[in-house]
Design a protein around this ligand. Sequence first.
Ligand code: CIZ
Length: 317
Amino acid sequence: MTINKEDKRIYSDEQYKKKVTAKIKELQKKRNAIILAHNYQRDEIQDIADIRGDSLALARAAIDIKQETIIFCGVLFMAESAAILNPDKLVLLPVKEAGCPLAEMATLDKLHLYRKQYPDAAVVCYVNSPAYIKAECDICCTSSNAIKVVKSLSNKQVVFLPDRNLARYVAQNVPEKEIIIWPGFCITHMRVKEEEVLKAKQEHPDAELVAHPECEPEVLQHADCVTSTGGMFSYIKSSPKKKFIIATEKGMLYGLGKENPGKEFFLPSEYLICANMKLTTLGWVLHSLENLVYEVTVDKEIREKARLSLDRMLAVK
Ligand code: CIZ
């Protein structure tokens, strides 16, 4: 089954992709596995996926599927969410080093300090956080429902973690609450610069700017729509506009282009690439299926507490 090193030298890129994809599909059937891919994954990974989406949509989609094995093409916190919502399934992350620097900026020590310092505050954590942080917060949120989740709370004070830009965006939209902002950030979204966005708007004056809330406030102030990757798909699908500047990770452009023929998409900068998301290659997916690695498990106590935080979020109307 393994693709030999020589194969890469003998075949063209396209032939190599075809050959590995065929092997993945064959083994996928044998293993009774489903392949889930995040919207930021490489084009060829999106192509082999049974379902593509944002982290929560993928984890939720996996609940209704009959396959016992989930190959999660994304980063660790996403595979953990799939494991939390699907405790009876085998969840595999093809590259064990695929982490998320933003999620890792949320630490338990600091969370306990905030709890002590703000005893009356609710703690809201963005889904981009480790399972043990989800277990210790009061409620989770995504980048598309953060405002709704915060508004739903009775507490006047809210500790929001770990992304400071999403927290600032929530604070702006929920002025009746005091948002205590955790200083985390996404290294990819921080690369979107206001000057680049303004330049892109000048070059494409009839395009709408659709931005992820992990971008800096200076960027978000120019956006026509601020939402998650899943929210971007819905917004663009129903928009009568034909051109969009997309302020988020580059992988989004592939899926958007496929789903919206006749619409055009532009990135404000060529550097919007998440290195962790791009670690997953066809070769690693094949390796994962061949060896049933790398299993992602969440300790029962943490899993049950984290699930409660996710369920509370899902109950917000
Ligand atoms: O949670 C996700 O899927 C991420 C990282 C981004 C988004 O907005 O969908």
